[in-house]
Design a protein around this ligand. Structure first.
Ligand SMILES: NC(=O)c1ccc[n+]([C@@H]2O[C@H](COP(=O)([O-])OP(=O)(O)OC[C@H]3O[C@@H](n4cnc5c(N)ncnc54)[C@H](OP(=O)(O)O)[C@@H]3O)[C@@H](O)[C@H]2O)c1
Length: 274
């Protein structure tokens, strides 16, 4: 049965680590089971620790936590490794959200002695900060089904969770959902500019575009219908929406552009982790 870990150490409580921490607290993980390591904690993190009672930079960190979540910047991995190695025991599950750091990269920074190591690579996205993210995960060979279920429980606190069967697919996840929120923000910008081009004042066009995307997103979130059905439901034959979609859905329209953009993101991810 899915459960929270009996002891969890979070290493790095910045934007993503902080979003996960708040999600766990809201989701019911007992704060007494959480320790956070972050050498220069921000004021709001200190306030959160005081309010909830989790351990912040304790002198007596668990020596063999059930789960260690790594949420430092990828370039900080070597510097941080000596600090988190002491909390990793032979049976610890390590969940890493570090972009571009492979299971092999992570294994080489963990205490040796148990092969294979239980490592999950997870790629969340920015809406995690409002509890509406989605995380793509890959479990390395040493991860048990109980540890996968526990990871799902933890990451469900910040949104949806999807598992992929091959590590290389994490780069594809990054290019779709990791970077995806930026594509949507840019769509808002493009829609606003298109409104301006039709004569709308810039501020009105910006509000119309912004609320259209958030409203459509909420509708999609609440509906069980597919995006294609939702689109068809607002497209009358020969109408205004159909005229615009004819442009967007042309052979050289939005789909090939999105395929190209996502492929560029994936290739960049591969290059950065190489
Ligand atoms: N933000 C996102 O949308 C997103 C999405 C997917 C994945 N990620 C991944 O999440 C990770 C964190 O990204 P972020 O945006 O949350 O970065 P961030 O805001 O800079 O958070 C990193 C945190 O780690 C702390 N830190 C630095 N050195 C440390 C050490 N030795 N031990 C423990 N903590 C240490 C930093 O403290 P200081 O500020 O004092 O240096 C900071 O609080 C990255 O690996 C990134 O690839 C982020």
């Amino acid at each position: 049965m899915a459960r929270f870990p009996a002891s969890l150490v979070l290493v790095g409580a910045g934007k993503m680590g902080g979003a996960m921490l708040e999600g766990w607290l809201a989701g019911g993980l007992d704060p007494r089971h959480i320790s956070v390591i972050d050498p220069k904690p921000a004021d709001h993190l200190k306030a959160l620790a005081t309010r909830h009672g989790f351990a912040l930079n304790p002198s007596d960190v668990p020596t063999s936590a059930e789960v260690v979540v790594l949420a430092i910047k990828p370039q900080m991995l070597d510097e941080a490794a000596p600090h988190f190695q002491q909390v990793i025991g032979p049976n610890t599950l390590v969940v890493s959200v570090l972009a571009g750091k492979t299971v092999a990269d992570l294994s080489s920074r963990l205490p040796q002695g148990q092969t294979p190591r239980a490592i999950v690579r997870a790629m969340p996205n920015l809406p995690a900060s409002v509890g509406r993210g989605v995380t793509g995960c890959y479990a390395a060979t040493g991860v048990s089904s109980d540890q996968c279920a526990m990871t799902t429980t933890l990451l469900s606190c910040i949104g949806g969770v999807e598992w992929v069967a091959e590590e290389s697919l994490i780069d594809a996840v990054t290019s779709v959902s990791g970077s995806g929120p930026a594509y949507v923000f840019y769509l808002v910008e493009c829609l606003a500019k298109a409104g301006e081009a039709q004569g709308l004042p810039a501020d009105v066009a910006a509000r119309l575009a912004r609320m259209t995307i958030t409203g459509a997103g909420e509708l999609l979130h609440q509906s069980e219908l597919s995006p294609a059905t939702l689109r068809e439901n607002v497209t009358s034959p020969g109408g205004t929406t159909a005229a615009a979609l004819e442009v967007l859905m042309a052979d050289d329209g939005m789909r090939p552009l999105m395929v190209k953009a996502v492929d560029a993101a994936r290739k960049r991810g591969v290059a950065l982790s190489g």
